[in-house]
Design a protein around this ligand. Structure first.
Ligand SMILES: *Cc1c(COP(=O)(O)O)cnc(C)c1O
Length: 949
């Protein structure tokens, strides 16, 4: 056996386990299982054409080599991205720690209290700094957050009597270019008219529903927006502000001026630049808009025993419930990055942040002063960190680059310099020497920082922030390390046990895939650095695009979207642009099967399409007759079909080719939701089923960890006719010849995270990828067989096989008084995270083991499920005081002096022997969702402030 092979480390079952597993499943070979599972007519005829797989060692050498092609200059470009210092204690204990990065979105709150608390810290930090009432637990990037703000203000505009029909949205010309591009993308399908201009001459009497300002402006100027906001309010125009989070330490919180939404990025709170991402954006608003906030919000509630507990609040806003009534499609966000940024706030506290902000400000002041003394004109009268030097850029630019320095050049006479946390005296002197040389004068040496103040008194910060205990307690490394560990211990992640969340593909996130993320050669690259400096990134991104194009059987790939849902939106916008290019811009009907993920209809509506739902047949497949009838009925307006394959029911529908050709015959394009790509890679592909575009969730199929709910990367891969429309970027050229405007802020989205998928594909190669898919299918079918007799599987393929996941029916247990949630909570006592609950069918669970789980782990999970089934049988509807209804059981309960439950402590917490060796304790009892929603608290208030008296 070749122990250098990455595939044998990535795939769970051992070769020696195979006979037993095949026997259980009832086949002679893996090939037989696959041919009984995937319809013949969509199987790939040829092997994928990918490079030979690299061993882990070879890959690490290769990626280090590639990193040397990144020339990391001192970069003062700014524009929403500033190099920062990731505190090593956060890097090592969070970013490099599978206890944090392999967790899932905290759907099961009782085993997620650690990251829920970290996110509550993040929200508190944001509400404090922005002066708003509520903040969410992150969005994808600043530009997306700004677009979401516009969408929110548009959605709530009818609350103002004068604004019912207003469609104009004012955007200050001081807005960042990538934000503007994204607003253009998002406004067009919604029928919003963007008006870009100078906020000082804005006409408040006109028909605007909202406005967006940048604070400080993109050129660095700090404006006093008080009058604008006051006049806007009088005119019933809602105001959103995109604010730099570090500047808010020195600037008065926008919330105190009465704005409605504040958005921005928290990248400069300790997150690597990573050539564009991933970073957490923030979104803060007023309580009155709580039901319209995009993304997830963490809130405080209580558990069964009345103890404080956290969970995701207001889940009624989820797309799964709202579907085509949803105003946002955000699902995966940037949890890991929000956790890190929040921890940066915890570590530095208010005084640390003040020190950093002052250092940055004083550095800018010192630089401006010295350059002025040398005869240069500095154009920003007010500023926080960005100065504008007037000079001929033709001299400065080449000189600066020869000294490995990047500035931003808004025009041929201005050099814009944004100072950041990492800027030292040495760096300032290097900047000065560029100007001295360009102007042929003597440099004035800076030997210490001056203290100056270029922030106008009217907007200087006077309010406190981060006064809570958590931000004033963990300022030594030992204390922070232990705080992080304390939170980590409350969370169940992949380093404890299998997380079989159907549709989420919780596979191994290998250490070798993750290691390069800590390398500053990858971490410190600014997204708007000239591409010639980013040779390593350019090669890696190009190769990954090619790999994904090959795997999907398409012609081109865009890595820009930062999540699956953004991929859906990007794909539909590309389809829209394609139809328009053929003079068929009126095509706006999107067919979506009833079983689709909630983000599908939400994305379609955002892309300006009308959703027509197609029926499922009794066996769970798309009802082809219904589909044909609807496609023909709407043939003049048909834009697209969105279809998940294999279906969300875990079945490779054999009619898929017929389905895609019906759409094509009626003038539509086929969008394949690629969340289930783990069931396809190297065996079939979207090209083979006749789709035109798909998104991939690199954070599902391609090994990027979920990070507790993000980062995600949701590239779209497209057939040749759609390549010209792949999304662009206003600063760095990317995308197709007729590129649509931006989908994400950065040209290649979350480039840093892309390295993980690049590693995954490069180390598995064609054979390893194929084997992974086969074992994903084998593992699922093994579970299906083992659970036979205990749980009914709802749907299967024509020959009785599951795909890579299956849905088990928990509805029959209602006769014993047991709901699917009780099973989910009881699994915690057995040390497992529940499978996906009630998607796509209410009252069911969807199990997806992935190829990475070993036979031993699959068996433990099945033993737990079978044991739970026995507990269900023993349960009585009229006697709800049972082991399922009381689940999960905490250590506190078990070790209490009293035990009055009608079962033993062992039955409660150690029902199977394997638990003696590896017990996970939920840190709270079952959380009360409804109580928390009725008493919404989304910041770390002292406990007395919200408990009932
Ligand atoms: C996960 C998922 C999505 C959404 O992806 P995000 O990255 O969370 O935005 C869409 N469709 C299906 C079927 C999914 O499982």
């Amino acid at each position: 056996m070749n122990t250098d092979s990455f595939a044998i480390r990535h795939i769970g079952p051992r070769r020696t386990d195979l006979p037993k597993m095949l026997k259980t499943v009832g086949v002679d070979s893996l090939d037989q299982l696959i041919s009984e599972t995937i319809p013949d007519d969509i199987r790939l005829k040829e092997e994928l054409n990918l490079d030979e797989p690299l061993s882990e060692q070879e890959y690490l050498e290769h990626i280090t080599q590639l990193s040397t092609l990144n020339r990391v200059f001192k970069t003062y470009i700014g524009l929403g991205y500033h190099q920062s210092i990731t505190p090593p204690v956060i890097q090592r204990n969070i970013l490099e720690n599978p206890g944090w990065y392999t967790a899932y979105t905290p759907y099961q709150a009782e085993i997620a209290q650690g990251r829920l608390e970290a996110l509550l810290n993040f929200q508190t930090m944001v509400t404090d700094l922005t002066g708003m009432e509520l903040a969410n637990a992150s969005l994808l990037d600043e530009a997306t957050a700004a677009a979401e703000a516009m969408a929110l203000l548009f959605a709530v505009r009818e609350r103002e009597q004068k604004k019912n029909n207003a469609t104009k949205f004012f955007v200050s010309e001081e807005i960042l270019p990538q934000t503007l591009s994204l607003l253009q993308t998002r406004s067009m399908p919604l029928g919003i008219e963007l008006v870009i201009g100078d906020h000082e001459t804005f006409d408040f009497s006109s028909e605007f529903f909202g406005a967006l300002l940048q604070y400080p402006g993109k050129t660095g100027k700090v404006y006093n927006y008080k009058d604008f906001i006051k006049s806007a309010k009088e005119a019933q125009i809602k105001v959103a502000v995109a604010a730099d989070i570090l500047s808010l330490v020195k600037l008065e919180a926008p919330g105190n001026f009465g704005v409605d939404v504040v958005v921005g990025t928290t990248q400069r709170f300790g997150i690597p630049l990573g050539y564009g991402g991933p970073h957490a954006a923030y979104f803060a608003t007023k309580e009155e808009y709580k039901r319209n906030i995009p993304g997830r919000i963490i809130g405080v509630t209580k558990d069964t025993d009345g103890n404080r507990a956290l969970r995701m609040a207001l889940q009624t806003r989820e797309q799964h419930i709202k579907r085509d009534k949803a105003t946002s499609n955000i699902c995966t966000a940037q949890v890991l990055l929000a956790v890190m940024a929040g921890m940066y706030g915890v570590y530095h506290g208010p005084n640390g942040l003040k020190y950093i902000a002052s250092k940055v400000h004083n550095s800018a002041v010192t630089l401006a002063t010295v350059l002025e003394q040398m005869g240069f004109t500095q154009a920003n009268e007010t500023y926080f960190d960005t100065i504008a030097i007037k000079t001929n850029t033709d001299y400065v630019k080449p000189l600066a680059e020869s000294k490995e320095i990047n500035f931003y050049y808004p025009d041929s006479e201005t050099v814009s310099i944004s100072i950041n946390e990492t800027t030292t005296l040495k760096d300032l002197n290097a900047i000065v020497s560029v100007f001295a040389e360009a102007d042929n004068t003597d440099a004035i040496h800076i030997s210490e920082l001056l203290t100056g103040n270029k922030i106008p008194e009217e907007v200087a910060r006077k309010t406190d922030f981060l006064t809570n205990e958590v931000f004033n307690s963990y300022h030594s490394e030992t204390e922070l390390m232990r705080y992080i560990k304390r939170l980590e211990r409350k969370d169940l992640a992949l380093n404890h046990s299998m997380i079989s969340l159907g549709s989420c593909t919780m596979k191994l996130n290998a250490a070798a895939e993750m290691l390069p993320l800590s390398d500053p050669q990858w971490g410190n690259m600014h997204p708007f650095a000239p591409t010639y400096q980013a040779g390593g990134y350019q090669q890696m991104l190009r190769k990954l695009e090619n790999q994904l194009t090959e795997i999907t059987g398409f012609a081109g790939t865009s890595l820009q979207p930062n999540s699956g849902a953004q991929g859906e939106y990007a794909g539909l916008m590309v389809i829209r642009a394609y139809h328009e290019s053929k003079g068929e811009g009126h095509r706006n009907i999107c067919l979506i099967p009833s079983s689709a993920h909630g983000t599908n209809p939400a994305s379609a509506v955002m892309a300006g399409m009308k959703v027509v739902v197609t029926k499922a047949s009794d066996d769970g497949n798309i009802d082809v007759d219904d589909l044909r009838q609807k496609a023909t009925e709407h043939k003049n307006e048909l834009a697209a079909l969105m279809v998940t394959y294999p279906s969300t029911h875990g079945v490779y529908e054999s009619a898929i080719k017929e389905i895609t050709s019906i759409i094509h015959e009626n003038g539509g394009q086929v969008y394949m939701d690629g969340a289930n790509m783990n069931a396809q890679v190297a065996l079939t592909n979207p090209g083979a089923i006749g789709a035109d575009v798909c998104h991939l969730n690199l954070h599902k199929t391609f090994a990027i960890p979920h990070g507790g709910g993000g980062p995600g990367v949701g590239p779209i891969c497209v057939a040749s006719q759609l390549v010209p429309f792949l999304p662009g970027n206003p600063v760095i050229a990317t995308g197709g010849e007729h590129a649509i405007t931006a989908i994400s802020a950065a040209p290649w989205g979350s480039s840093l995270a892309c390295i993980i998928s690049y590693a995954y594909i490069s180390m598995l190669g064609t054979a390893g990828l194929k084997k992974s898919t086969e074992y994903a299918i084998l593992n699922a079918n093994y579970i299906k067989q083992r659970l036979k007799g205990s749980f009914d599987v709802l749907y299967a393929g024509e020959r009785g096989r599951a795909a890579h996941e299956m849905i088990i029916d928990c509805r029959p247990f209602k006769s014993n008084g047991i709901e699917v949630t009780d099973i989910a909570k009881r699994l915690m006592d057995y040390g497992f995270h529940a499978p996906t609950v009630s998607f796509p069918v209410a009252g069911t669970m969807m199990i997806e083991p992935t190829e990475s789980e070993s036979l031993e782990e699959l068996d433990r999970f099945c033993d737990a499920m079978i044991s739970i089934r026995k507990e269900i049988d023993a349960a009585d509807k009229d006697e709800p005081n049972n082991v399922l209804k009381n689940a999960p059981h905490t250590q506190q309960m078990l070790t209490g002096d009293e035990w009055e439950l009608p079962y033993t402590r062992k039955q409660a917490a150690f029902p199977l022997d394997y638990l003696n060796d590896n017990k996970f304790w939920p840190s709270v009892r079952r959380v009360d969702d409804a109580y928390g929603d009725r008493n919404l608290i989304c910041t770390c208030e002292p406990i007395e402030a919200y408990m009932e008296v």
